[in-house]
Design a protein around this ligand. Structure first.
Ligand SMILES: [Zn+2]
Length: 554
């Protein structure tokens, strides 16, 4: 009984002490807080994880809208910009703040590059926020001012005239008139054309900074830096003196080539300036004088854009260029088909939009010129059957040529052709039995004939005629045709009968299986004292034999 009371006493004292301590504010142990973020660097749209662990706290909160949280936990966050998160842990002994910063680089602006449809000519607007750069302006008419009005926030920071041809500088005269331009980059080449003098007087009255672009120069404008890759000096043709610019935006590289041709390409290749790019403005309107294999293999563009007028008299783009671009796997766009083409990039990905539908026309096959040669053979000899297949569509594709003989399929051939290419599909056929065979190939039909094998040896014909009654009328000649002594079936036999001044010819039906045939003939009324002479000619498989018979009527 005593011991039990003592136990109660101890419990009571403990309760009193506990109450007392809370009344007088005996301090709690300090808060221990751990707070971290992983990762601490993200791109916009990605997320990071906040982790914390707090001991001895009465309340734990995290700012940035997260609020009260348990004493330990994790939270996924995806701040749109660099953000500091602060964890606050409180207990009676105080407040502890722990902060972490998650770094998010500012979002990259969208770069748009407009390959403006100016017919036969070049005009390219590069637009990043309020910064605009114009490379060439197409011809004077219709000009690009109306188009530029939608995008250019004045001033137009940079104008580049790649070279002084009218299809590049003509439209720039109107641009200089319509917009305030800060910087003008020229290649320094001159021209005797009226367009050039108008352009230069517009340049001189603009009040802009004017520069001559040379390899190694950079054009820095806003966040963009263009590198001048060409020319080194004005030693080339007008086209080959074109200013060539490269532009890198994030991971995306552009190359603007003006009307540069292979000479300029070689110069850049030799200098090691042709890097792997994403977007190529194809040189000189898609002419075969540009876009050499070495250049394209070094540049390896994913997107190739040529600028040419629909139905232009130069034949731009040349098929050779389209083939070469297809060969390296580039997606090809042309202003002649697509109208204005706009490439948009955030520095990582690319999108291409066009004014008009510009999916290339699918492959379209035209089959012509069925040839069966020779049209007649012997058993065991080869007949060659062919047609010409042309891809008159706009894309490469495969065609299956199906050869049918007497209605049955005997052979097929798969033929892959690039746009505009032609190829002959040829089949060899050997038949083991004679007959007339019908051929169907590529929608056309024809025939060939197979005859029995040639028989070697000497053809011979023998003939007899009965001495006729002299009363006239129809007579009969009997003929036998042999080859090496064996009867020949199917030989043709003809006779010519000479009597006095009369000459007449008669034809027998082909010899039968016994090699025999007979011919009815007449010459009127042969009278005594005259000779009837009959020449007999037998023909079989290109061999000929002849004999003579007849009679004398005494
Ligand atoms: Zn041009």
């Amino acid at each position: 009984m005593r011991s039990k009371r003592r136990w109660y006493s101890i419990l009571l004292i403990g309760v009193i002490l506990l109450l007392a301590s809370s009344i007088v504010g005996c301090p709690q142990p300090p808060v221990i807080a751990e707070f971290s973020a992983n990762p601490t660097d993200i791109n916009s749209g990605e997320s990071a994880t906040l982790s914390w662990s707090v001991t001895e706290a009465t309340t734990v909160t995290i700012d940035q809208g997260i609020g009260d949280v348990p004493s330990s936990g994790t939270q996924s966050v995806s701040p749109p910009a660099t953000t500091t998160y602060t964890l606050t842990a409180i207990n009676s002994s105080g407040t502890v703040n722990e902060s972490v910063e998650i770094t998010v680089p500012p979002p990259i602006d969208e770069l748009t590059v407009h390959f403006i449809d100016v017919g036969q000519g070049d005009s390219i607007l590069i637009d990043l926020g309020e910064t605009e750069i114009l490379i060439d302006g197409g011809g004077k008419s219709p000009g690009v001012v109306t188009y530029l009005n939608q995008y250019v926030d004045e001033p137009l920071e940079v104008m580049v005239a790649t070279h002084p041809h009218a299809d590049h500088i003509g439209g720039l005269i109107g641009v200089l008139d319509a917009f305030e331009v800060d910087e003008i980059w020229l290649n320094g080449d001159t021209s005797t054309s009226e367009t050039y003098s108008q352009f230069m007087s517009a340049v001189n009255s603009e009040g802009a900074q004017v520069y001559e672009a040379r390899r190694g120069d950079t054009i820095e404008v806003g966040e963009l830096t263009f590198s001048v890759l060409h020319p080194v000096n004005l030693s080339g043709t007008t086209n080959n003196n074109s200013i060539i610019l490269s532009l890198s935006y994030g991971q995306v590289d552009f190359l603007f080539t003006g009307d540069a041709e292979q000479e300029a390409e070689v110069s850049m290749l030799t200098a090691g300036l042709v890097q792997d790019i994403e977007v190529l403005k194809v040189g000189h309107h898609g002419s075969k004088t540009a876009s050499s294999p070495n250049f394209l293999n070094a540049a390896k563009p994913e997107i190739a854009i040529y600028m040419a007028g629909t139905g232009n008299s130069y034949g731009h783009p040349h098929q050779e260029t389209i083939d070469a671009l297809t060969q390296i796997g580039a997606e090809i766009y042309g202003t002649d088909i697509c109208g204005t083409i706009v490439v948009t990039s955030d520095g990582e990905s690319l999108t291409v939009q066009s004014e008009k539908q510009c999916e290339p026309e699918p492959a379209k096959f035209v089959v012509s010129g069925l040839s069966i040669s020779p049209a007649e053979v012997r058993v065991g000899e080869t007949v060659t059957i062919s047609v010409t297949i042309t891809n008159s569509g706009g894309s490469s594709g495969s065609y299956t040529a199906i050869l049918k003989i007497n209605g049955g399929q005997v052979e097929t051939k798969n033929i892959t052709l690039n746009a505009g290419e032609s190829q002959v599909a040829s089949f060899s056929v050997v038949k083991e039995s004679s007959g007339i065979y019908t051929v169907e190939l590529g929608g056309s039909a024809g025939t060939f004939t197979v005859t029995e094998k040639a028989i070697s040896g000497a053809l011979a014909v023998s003939a007899s005629v009965k001495f006729p009654s002299l009363g006239g009328g129809t007579q009969t000649l009997y003929a036998t045709v042999t080859l090496n002594g064996q009867p020949v079936q199917g030989a043709a036999v003809g006779i010519t009968v000479y009597y006095k001044t009369v000459t007449r010819t008669f034809t027998a039906s082909p010899t039968g299986s016994d090699g025999k045939t007979q011919i009815s003939w007449s010459v009127g009324r042969p009278r005594g004292g005259y000779t009837v002479r009959i020449e007999v000619v037998a023909t079989y498989q290109s061999q000929t034999a002849s004999t003579t018979t007849g009679f004398y009527a005494p």
